[in-house]
Design a binder for this molecule. Structure first.
Ligand SMILES: [Zn+2]
Length: 188
């Protein structure tokens, strides 16, 4: 059970959409006070190299749906063809990734977050080696990723210092797990 600490999905809510219905949750000072030019997220999919740079807000407070939708599509399940649809990733997850990317940009690292695994269907999760049976990935609340030019160890440290992150898992074989559950940390 490599992701046993990730096994708290049941308490975190069943509906992926719940995260975007509460506009107040989106009004984080970190985003509202940031330079509007930075209100975007740069993601890349590990499986096919697809990249998206997209703004998810126009004013730092409310969602910019077209941009948000593009990001959700990049975070889709690897095993679900895009024509079968996409799921609404909780905005809190987007915020966490944005915060990590802002930190990296501040350190002079301008690279996409390379996503190994974002949303997972229950079927995909069940067939994922080491995945927690109620993984936060099934709720769109967890992302596994790496960043070119940044060691996994350093990336884990950066994620742990992210004030809006919950759990952070360090996977030395090549990625970091970050989620929006309770604050915790583990090494695989
Ligand atoms: Zn994970």
């Amino acid at each position: 059970m490599r992701e046993s600490a990730d096994n708290i999905g049941m308490q975190r809510g069943r509906f992926l959409v719940c995260g975007i219905s509460a506009a107040a949750c989106f009004a984080l000072p970190a985003i509202a006070q940031a330079n509007p030019e930075t209100w975007q997220l740069w993601l890349e999919r590990l499986d096919d190299g697809e990249q998206v740079i997209s703004p998810f807000t126009r004013d730092g407070r409310t969602l910019y749906f077209p941009g948000y939708k593009k990001l959700c599509k990049v975070l889709r399940d690897d095993h679900v063809p895009i024509y079968e649809g996409w799921v609404k990733i909780p905005i809190r997850t987007i915020e966490v990734l944005w915060d990590v990317q802002q930190y990296l940009a501040g350190a002079g690292i301008h690279e996409p977050l390379v996503v190994h695994s974002g949303y997972r269907t229950p079927q995909t999760n069940a067939s994922t080696e080491g995945a927690a049976w109620m993984s936060l990935h099934m709720f769109g609340k967890a992302v596994d990723f790496h960043v070119r030019g940044v060691s996994i160890s350093d990336l884990a440290d950066i994620c742990r210092s992210c004030p809006v992150a919950g759990g952070v898992g360090y996977y030395p074989e090549g990625w970091v797990h970050i989620d929006t559950g309770p604050v915790r940390s583990w090494t695989a």
